[in-house]
Ligand binder design. Structure first.
Ligand SMILES: [Zn+2]
Length: 344
């Protein structure tokens, strides 16, 4: 079976690879239809590592997938062949303490697609636990199904933010995850989202959504804009999605007294943070790592029409052109929100 394999840093090939795909009684076999390219896939391609995860052996890329069930294990009753599905890429040990506590994303033994040494899903067929495979309603396309994974990150952030109806939120960074977070926050009840970035192209894409207030921080002071829009009180929630260490210098300028900050972006190095200013506002700070228990909710929101992710798929490549898709992703064009690969 041909797969899109990261051989080593800067080298991807589409080639036959032998992978262990035995199906257990609780697994399903899925014919993969659509896979999104994630920033992490691109980072492994261009840097060969993310923190402690180093690509040492050839690894199949991809973790954002949707497809069709072709076979089910003997104990699977929730799914049947022909069901259209999306797959949650992180599989914890079901008996671990983290799993029992419902925070299975924090299980140290979790295996996650395309995180070395685990193979990803850019291969025509995958075997996956039924418990982490979610049925797509007829009105949700494979392209949207493959967007559930990045949207789940936004939904985890919005859930952690403890949103209340009518809240004002600030989202720092309008990259893919910033946009997903902003949409999830709106769906979670925020009246408006002030979203800041340096890229006019990215802000243009997000401004097509009602409730978004784009702020180009190249031209306008975000601090002044937030003060102006909130009668100098500040935002109820600030969600940091840029991962830029410099963003931390100003987070407390945007948040209201008693407000919440959610850290979504991952700075590559430790950052300085003004603890006393945070205390003076009694700010609550949350962090997120991937997501847990949000996939079904993400699918429901997309199916309801409350969330429209379709305009965010910037381009789709054929599986045969998968290498070119990664070259394009590595260019990081500001107008590209999500590139996908079509395996149908
Ligand atoms: Zn992803």
């Amino acid at each position: 079976m041909n797969a899109l394999v990261l051989e080593r840093i800067h080298e991807i090939s589409l080639r036959a690879i032998d992978v262990h795909q035995e199906m257990g009684p609780k697994d399903v076999r899925v014919k993969v239809a659509r896979v999104g390219i994630c920033g992490s896939d691109v980072h492994y391609y261009t840097h060969g590592r993310i923190g402690p995860f180093v690509v040492e052996e050839p690894m199949i890329l991809g973790h954002e997938a949707a497809g069709t069930v072709v076979a089910v294990g003997s104990e699977v009753s929730s799914l049947k062949p022909g069901d259209r599905v999306c797959m949650e890429p992180g599989i914890p040990d079901a008996s671990s303490k983290a799993s029992r506590l419902g925070i299975y994303n924090l299980d140290p033994a979790v295996t996650f697609w395309a995180t070395p040494p685990i193979h990803g899903c850019l291969i025509p067929e995958v075997v996956h636990p039924a418990a982490f495979t979610f049925k797509l309603p007829d009105n949700v396309s494979f392209a949207e199904g493959a967007m559930v994974e990045p949207f789940a990150v936004g939904l985890q952030a919005a859930t952690k933010a403890h949103l209340k109806p009518g809240d004002t939120a600030v989202v720092i960074g309008a990259g893919t995850i910033g946009i997903m977070t902003a949409l999830a926050v709106l769906a979670g009840g925020a009246a408006r989202v002030i979203i800041a970035d340096l890229s006019a192209e990215k802000l243009k894409i997000i401004s097509q959504y009602e409730g978004m207030i784009p702020v180009n921080v190249r031209e306008v002071s975000l601090k002044e804009r937030v003060a102006e829009l909130t009668d100098k009180w500040g935002a109820d929630v600030v969600l940091e999605c840029s991962g830029s260490p410099r963003a931390f210098d100003n987070l407390l300028d945007y948040v209201a007294p008693g407000g919440r900050i959610v850290l979504v972006g991952m700075p590559v190095e430790p950052v300085l943070f003004d603890v006393v200013s945070a205390q003076a506002k009694e700010v609550t700070i949350y962090t997120i790592f991937r997501y847990a228990n949000v996939y079904d909710k993400a699918v429901a929101l997309i199916a309801s029409g409350k969330i429209n992710l379709k305009p965010l798929v910037s381009d789709t490549f054929k599986f045969e052109d998968g290498v070119a898709a990664f070259e394009r992703a590595a260019e990081a064009r500001p107008s590209d929100i999500k590139l996908q690969i079509d395996l149908e």
